[in-house]
Design a protein around this ligand. Structure first.
Ligand SMILES: NC(=O)c1ccc[n+]([C@@H]2O[C@H](COP(=O)([O-])OP(=O)(O)OC[C@H]3O[C@@H](n4cnc5c(N)ncnc54)[C@H](O)[C@@H]3O)[C@@H](O)[C@H]2O)c1
Length: 247
């Protein structure tokens, strides 16, 4: 059986690199028209170029006005969104509560949590009007077990996304919209590879599947959550971590 998303419009934040890029590619390969929204326009354009009808849009999720402008452009160019993947995020590594400055707290909470909230708020009415939709928010294992190397502010932002997911799932469910979250473990993207260089084996030994995750491992689950195959699944957090944490 193949997942067919033809006729659906998808929006992926953070699609310029890492997991977001892979999500945009699998959704596009399944037939969706994909808007790639990122602060890194060049990277977003590279992802869009790999897809038929891909649209790259610059947006700084930490800036509400930038989000409103992006919403207007998506609505003008695509006419609406059926699938919303709130993947963009800043992975911030800090050891100890005292290492988290006020500025960094605000930046991480604003981009990771407030950005996703605003995108959901700005697109929810048109999703309700369409009568079917999928929202997938990016939490993290850091919200499930606490940050290991990731900072407290990062863990808080990712825990907040679980509250956003569950509350919005209650509101949006009667309109045919499923709202879910994914909580990846250690996925080998650039920021993670840089951070764990030299001690990867300690992580690998603690993962029952004995390997780090790849962006495609996460994107495949997102594809399922974005497709009609998961139409009776909402309000849940899917752990994608090779068994490192079993909720
Ligand atoms: N890689 C992991 O191990 C892991 C684990 C758990 C959760 N996650 C989450 O998965 C998501 C993707 O992570 P990744 O590893 O692919 O990271 P990444 O750094 O490779 O990609 C993040 C993307 O978000 C974009 N972005 C950053 N700030 C932005 C802003 N202000 N406005 C718009 N776009 C912005 C970046 O340009 C980049 O394209 C993040 O939310 C991250 O917290 C990752």
């Amino acid at each position: 059986m193949q997942i067919d998303l033809s006729g659906k419009n998808a929006l992926v934040t953070g699609g310029a690199s890492g997991i977001g890029r892979e999500c945009a590619l699998v959704l596009g390969q399944a037939g969706a028209r994909v808007a790639i929204v990122d602060i890194n326009l060049e990277g977003a354009q590279a992802t869009a170029a790999a897809l038929a009808g891909g649209l790259a849009i610059h947006c700084d999720l930490g800036n509400p006005d930038s989000i409103y402008a992006m919403r207007d452009r998506v609505m003008a160019e695509m006419g609406g969104v059926d699938i919303l993947i709130n993947n963009a995020g800043i992975i911030s590594y800090r050891q100890g509560i005292k290492a988290v400055t006020l500025e960094e707290w605000d930046l991480v909470i604003d981009v990771n949590l407030r950005g996703a909230f605003l995108i959901c708020r700005e697109f929810i009415d048109q999703m309700k009007a369409r009568g079917w939709g999928k929202i997938v928010n990016f939490s993290s294992m850091a919200a499930r077990v606490g940050g290991i190397e990731a900072g407290l502010h990062y863990s808080v932002s990712k825990a907040g996304l679980i509250g956003l997911t569950r509350t919005l799932a209650r509101e949006a469910g009667p309109h045919g919209i499923c709202v879910t979250a994914v909580a990846p473990g250690i996925i080998a993207t650039e920021p993670v590879k840089r951070q764990i260089a030299g001690h990867e084996s300690a992580y690998i030994n603690s993962i029952p599947l004995r390997r780090l995750g790849e962006p495609r491992d996460v994107a495949n689950v997102v594809l399922f959550l974005a497709s009609p195959l998961s139409d009776y699944v909402t309000g849940i957090v899917v752990d994608i971590n090779g068994g490192m944490y079993m909720g």
